[in-house]
Design a protein around this ligand. Structure first.
Ligand SMILES: *Cc1c(COP(=O)(O)O)cnc(C)c1O
Length: 465
């Protein structure tokens, strides 16, 4: 057993800093940084000196052991916490995985403007202060066909700001079937309460008629809120007034109709089986006063909340002091402008990654999957590797009951439980996230880009070793 005597075998920080093995780490960082790291490594070693392992260190040389530990610690500290992962779950707008991946055009805009100064709030023509949302307002106006549009931090912020501006101390009428919770913290009743508006629920969970809205109107009514139920559906004996019916009702009483659309779907996805995502442009054309939606759901851009509609209402919201508290950073404006420009150049959104993934055919996904299976099959002796039919999901609270037909790489093993295989894929570099179904691991290439395939193949090959 090493005694406390062995402590004197521990080399000093100064001696270690001179060691040739440590020089490359100092060159990559600094002497001070490595000295601090060495101190914490030596402290750990001191604490463990009485353990059995210490005997081996003393025999093999403490210095070698310290250098090895330092190298591990160096990698751990320098590795970013936020890192790239490969999403093989087939959930396109996966909230835990950052929702929509940005398209090339959005990334280019960030690269071009964010490492330099920019005209974020400067009017170059007039030579004076400008507005940051000026960079996206015209694009939004032309894409949405609206009078005015502004951008805030996210859609939850947009709903809050609208209610606080237009309905504080007044009543907001909303159908009981639309009092939803989205994600695990955005609850319409809570947001309403915090905004200072009073909730006036009408109808029942499954049925709300125009009559219910009519009966609720009084002199304190400020607006009618319509919320897209997004992540759930009430099926069976249900009804709610159509948007056109509510519009003529609200317009006849001069009460604004506000619609929280959840996802801003700018393209027609009906050919891909997605038919219940409302179009902001169409709803505004029909006469909804204001719509709001997220930037990072079906729009396929950065996290943002977009408020669009009648100029007088948008301007009022813009002058709320809380607009400043919910304002958006230059990186987001750069990415959003790039995303919107992609739509301007192609209204089908073919340059938007999330849309491109939705459009991938089960056949092309099947072909890519076959190619991967044929490469790894021989190495994965303990596994049955097959191709099967399945469903990809939109995610992000969009069209919950509509999966998109896809083909899945299916890994089944009698030796290794699926949760263990899933864990090993998740621990590979880069991490690969998969689904589990019927005790098999399922990989959906709908959400995997072709350039990620070599990493996926490598991780699968490692399962066999
Ligand atoms: C997703 C969603 C929100 C919240 O949007 P964030 O951009 O995540 O803040 C609000 N309302 C509806 C209907 C949604 O689907």
């Amino acid at each position: 057993m090493p005694s406390s005597d062995s402590r004197r075998w521990i080399p000093s920080v100064d001696r270690l800093l001179a060691s040739p093995a440590i020089q490359p780490m100092i060159e990559r960082t600094s002497r001070g940084f490595i000295a601090d790291l060495l101190r914490s490594v030596l402290e750990q070693i001191r604490r463990q000196l009485d353990s059995d392992a210490a005997e081996a260190w003393l025999e093999e040389g403490v210095e070698k052991h310290v250098v090895e530990r330092l190298a591990r610690e160096f990698d751990r500290v320098l590795r970013p916490s936020l890192c790239r992962v490969i999403n093989a779950t087939g959930v396109i707008l996966h909230t835990n995985l950052g929702r929509a991946p940005l398209s090339r055009q959005a990334l280019e805009r960030i690269m071009e403007t964010s490492g330099h100064y920019s005209n974020l709030e400067y009017d170059l023509e007039k030579g004076r202060r400008g507005e940051r949302d000026g960079h996206t307002s015209q694009l939004l106006q032309s894409l949405l066909g609206c009078e005015e549009a502004i951008v805030v931090n996210n859609n939850a912020g947009a709903v809050f700001l609208i209610l606080n501006t237009l309905a504080e101390n007044g009543e907001v009428i909303i159908s009981r079937g639309e009092l939803v919770e989205i994600g695990n913290s955005f609850r319409i009743p809570d947001i309403l309460c915090k905004s200072g508006a009073v909730l006036r629920e009408v109808g029942t969970t499954n049925r709300t008629r125009l009559r219910d809205y009519q009966d609720a109107v009084n002199e304190r009514t400020r607006l009618v809120l319509r919320v897209h139920p997004s992540n759930f559906r009430i099926l069976g004996f249900t009804s709610r007034p159509g948007v056109a019916e509510l519009i003529s009702f609200c317009r006849s009483l001069s009460i604004p109709l506000i619609e929280d659309l959840g996802s801003g779907c700018l393209t027609d996805l009906e050919p891909w089986g997605i038919s219940d995502e409302p179009s902001p442009r169409r709803n505004l054309e029909l006469g909804v006063h204001l719509v709001c939606f997220s930037g990072d759901k079906l729009l396929g851009g950065p996290q943002a909340g977009i408020i669009a509609g009648e100029a007088a209402l948008v301007r009022k919201i813009r002058s709320n002091p809380l607009f400043r508290a919910l304002r958006v950073d230059k990186l987001v404006f750069a990415a959003l402008e790039g995303t919107l420009q992609s739509y301007q150049l192609n209204r089908e959104g073919i340059h938007i990654l999330a849309i491109e993934m939705i459009r991938r055919s089960a056949q092309s996904i099947g072909e890519r999957s076959e190619a991967i299976i044929s490469r790894v099959k021989a190495l994965l002796k303990d596994f049955e590797v097959t191709l099967s039919d399945g469903l990809s999901m939109i995610g992000g609270g969009s069209t919950p009951e509509h999966g998109i037909p896809t083909r899945l790489i299916t890994l089944c093993s009698v030796r290794t439980p699926a949760i263990e295989v899933e864990r090993r894929l998740r621990m590979s570099k880069p991490p690969i996230l998969a689904r589990i179904g019927r005790d098999c691991v399922l990989l959906d290439l709908r959400t995997v880009s072709p350039e990620e395939e070599p990493s996926l193949v490598r991780a699968l090959e490692n399962l066999g070793s």
